[in-house]
Structure formats: structure tokens, C-alpha cells
Design a protein around this ligand. Sequence first.
Ligand code: ATP
Length: 335
Amino acid sequence: MIEFDQVQKSYQVGGRAIPALHATSMTIQAGEVFGIVGHSGAGKSTLVRLINLLERPSDGRIRVDGENITDYGADELRALRRKVGMIFQHFNLLSSKTVADNIAFPMKLAGNYSRAEITSRVAELLARVGLGDHADKYPSQLSGGQKQRVGIARALACRPAILLCDEATSALDPQTTQSVLKLLADINRELGLTIVLITHEMDVVRRVCDRVAVMDAGRVVEMGSVSDVFLHPQHPTTRDFVFESENIDRSEMQQDLAQAEGRILRLTFRGEATYKPLLGQVARDSGVDFSILSGRIDHIKDTPYGQLTLSLVGGDLGVAMSALEAAEVHVEVLR
Ligand SMILES: Nc1ncnc2c1ncn2[C@@H]1O[C@H](COP(=O)(O)OP(=O)(O)OP(=O)(O)O)[C@@H](O)[C@H]1O
């Protein structure tokens, strides 16, 4: 478990303290995949780099598994870095070392592993990340996705409990992003590793995260389960991210809504309700006619969800809304 208690971070620039993270309190649970989303400069990297003390807080306390790490000295810091692995947007591999030597590097640095232990751990990790045939290659001979797999294997070498991912898929194409995210999700599930993942793409959050914090100008402005935050965004920044990830053009949407007749509702279905043939029944029972203005079915992690924007005319709207709500459909009246 990672706990932030009124943690604040300012950088000294030209003799002035510039705040990058305002006083923040939050808890990341052991074993969860926790996303941090925000625009450039929002403070995401600062927040994450405080967890392994790449940055020291200016104020407040950080606890990892109940231990206050805030004032750690050099020895404790080395132990913390073994416990908290990290992967980066640009991989940060050592170009003069082979794939196997890159993965072995943190174990050699730790100094308490035998040669046999290192050899067997490297082989195990190569297989785990699907690079069994690439042990003797150099980073320059690998694709971006393969480089990130090496980064992941290296971060896992000393069996950390926490993995920090700083824009780990931002330099990758969509298909490679998918496969790296799947690898991270598998690692989280199989090893029970806590993953803290920074991204500027809500889609990455939707695919792998359990909970998410949205950051804006050095503050966490919204935090919750991915399904709550994704399906019912409250803060304008969160809304922007969700609309962007769904390729929704807001002015086009407003025009479409302006032309539609009657009441306009947005329905959100989660889990099993997504697949039920509910609308026909509701229309028959309430006498309401509806037309579909927009709709999508997708997944948040493993849970299906659907969202439909409808215009409704005639009949008994109250009966229709009660029937939908009774079927655990979230109903939002847009007009
Ligand atoms: N070492 C530093 N010295 C001075 N200012 C810094 C330093 N690192 C970050 N900042 C500033 O702190 C603020 C937050 O930066 P941070 O890198 O945490 O944001 P971010 O959300 O991760 O952005 P990005 O997505 O661009 O990486 C920014 O205004 C940035 O310019």
C-alpha cells in the first residue's frame, strides 16, 4: 500500500519555489493497477517519482507498506529501489549491453545474487516477456515494443512489489501498446504486483487500470474506480479526456442534439445489462418512441459497458425511466 499524506513538492527555479504538486493525500492499494492521467505539466511524473524517491517531497509524508520513506537515508533508499521497479517512455536501456545483460544489471548492482541465480532469473524473465530468442541481441536490434519488454523484465529482476510506469506506451504504435498493456495486466494478475501507471490517454486507463486519479495543474481533481470516473466524469478535465478517448466532437454532438426532437437521455449499461434486449420492452410498456442519436459498446478492463444517447417522443416518459432504472441502467437527462 502506498499512502500520500499531505504531500507537496516544489522545484527551486532561479531561487524561487515553483509548486509542481500541491498538498495531496491519497492511497494506492496493494495489488491494484492505479492510473494517473493528466495533460503535460500536470504533475504526474512528479507524483510518481516521489514513490521511489527519485524526487523528495517538500512537505508531507509518504508511506510504503506502512513505512515512512520520507526521510530514508542511502541504505534504505537502495532497498526501496529494489522494492519499487520503474519503466520509462524511452525505455532507458544500456545500449552497449545485450538484452540479457540489461536484465541482469540491477541484480548485479544489488550485489547479493549468485551468478547462477542471475542466469536462471534472466532466463525466466526473458520467457515471461516473450523474448526467449533475443537474449544476445543489443537494444538497437529490437523494435520499440521489444525494448519496452526488456525494460519490464529489467524492472522485475529484483522481484519488486511495486512497478511504476511513466508513459510506458506513449512511444509505441496502437497494436504494440495493446500487447505491452496486456503484459502489464498479466503481470499484475499473476504476480500480484501493484502497478502505478502514468498516461495522457484515457484509453490506456480504460484497458488496464482498476482506479484512476486525474491531475490538473499540480492537483488530483478526480479519483475513483475507472468505471465511475470513465462513465460519469465530474471534472471538466476528466470530461475532456473521456470525450477525446471516444473521438467525440463536442460541437458536432451539440448540433445533433439541437436537431433532435423530444427529451434526450443518455443511458449507461454495465456488465450483464449491456446485452439485455431492454429497450424494445420499455418502448412497448411506456408507449415512448425513441431514436438512437449515438451509441457504443466497449469494455472497461474485463467489464462490458454500453452508452446510448436517445431522443424520446410521446408515451409516458416516467414509466420508461422507472423501467430503465429498475433494470440498473443509469439514466441521465441531457435535455
Ligand atoms: N526538475 C525540475 N525542475 C523544475 N521544474 C520541474 C522539474 N520537473 C518538473 N518540473 C515542473 O513541474 C511541473 C510538473 O511536471 P511533471 O513532469 O511532473 O508533469 P507531467 O504531468 O508528468 O508532464 P509530462 O506529461 O509532460 O511529463 C511542470 O510545470 C514542470 O515544468
